[in-house]
Design a binder for this molecule. Structure first.
Ligand SMILES: Nc1ncnc2c1ncn2[C@@H]1O[C@H](COP(=O)(O)OP(=O)(O)OP(=O)(O)O)[C@@H](O)[C@H]1O
Ligand SMILES: [Mg+2]
Length: 278
């Protein structure tokens, strides 16, 4: 066991690996086309361009099928764009890499490993010294409030706890950017609210760039610095909205006039999109 038991922000030495860049993420003219078995071309993403500044919390909302997950997979390097390119920290994405951490909606922990072993998995693979691994694991166990559950296996945890481990595991690798695809979508509303607050706290401490996909407009406004509203058929960015609400934000933020104004605007954009489809 390591010796660090404080929840004070701890900036890992590895952070210095990443030089300051203006845009942590740059998506440049990205299109994604699929070929159907009958030979027809389906455009999932059409000429999508946007940039996410370093340490920003970016949220993507949009109707089902507009290409939100596709955009994250492309950024993760799990698939390749048909046109355009994606840059993370100024480097063109050409495959998966430890500089991008992923948290998905479905639980993706290794069931045969304990909470501790799940979090240290990537660090061991990278060959970090044991005491450094322990320090990092202890830190993130505390950050997500699971220090007492280090020896538990995933099946012994609730859904919210599993997602907390997934967040800790992603951050422990000190990625340049955290990609989150509806990570709280399977949780009950109470747990979801707790997880949103926890994520904001962890993000504030870790100073990471986050790209977070959600269907939930309240969640988007609560979390985001900037919201990218996508449209479908073809998938594209329809509007980019800055969220002018001070942090820290509590759940009460939903009653603020600015929150309601933004929610109305996003709903309008999404409704327009549905009207276009039908
Ligand atoms: N391997 C594939 N082959 C063909 N079409 C695909 C493939 N993967 C995704 N698509 C299509 O691309 C579009 C975008 O899918 P994607 O999963 O990115 O949407 P999404 O915005 O994440 O939707 P949801 O909100 O339902 O998760 C969809 O119309 C989907 O059917
Ligand atoms: Mg999706």
């Amino acid at each position: 066991m390591g010796t660090v038991a404080s929840t004070k922000p701890y900036i890992m030495p590895a952070l210095s690996e990443y030089a300051a860049v203006e845009s942590r993420l740059k998506v440049e003219g990205v299109s994604l086309r699929y070929q159907s078995p009958s030979g027809e071309t389906f455009t999932a993403l059409d000429n999508v361009s946007f940039e996410v500044p370093d340490q920003q919390f970016a949220v993507i909302v949009g109707p089902s099928g507009c290409g939100k997950s596709s955009l994250l997979y492309l950024t993760a390097g799990l698939s390749e764009p048909s046109d355009g390119a994606i840059y993370v920290g100024g480097k063109k994405v050409d495959g998966p890499g430890a500089d991008r951490g992923m948290v998905f909606q479905s639980y993706t922990l290794f069931p045969w490993l304990t909470v501790r072993q799940n979090i240290e998995f990537g660090l061991k693979r990278r060959g970090l010294p044991g005491d450094e691994i322990n320090t990092i694991v202890e830190f993130y166990l505390n950050e997500v409030g699971l220090a007492k559950f280090a020896q538990h296996y995933p099946k012994q945890l609730s859904g919210g706890m599993m997602q907390r481990v997934a967040i800790a595991r992603a951050l422990a690798n000190d990625p340049q950017i955290l990609l989150m695809d509806e990570p709280f979508g399977a949780l009950d509303s109470q747990t979801r609210l707790q997880m949103q607050q926890l994520l904001l706290q962890v993000w504030g401490n870790a100073k990471k760039t986050v790209v977070f996909v959600t269907h939930d407009i309240d969640e988007a406004i609560l979390l985001a610095d900037r919201i990218y509203v996508m449209g479908a058929r073809p998938g594209r960015i329809k509007e980019v909205l800055d969220v002018p609400i001070d942090r820290p934000r509590s759940m009460d933020v939903v009653m603020e006039p600015e929150f309601i104004r933004m929610k109305r605007r996003i709903l309008e954009l999404l409704h327009d999109d549905l009207a276009e489809v039908h």
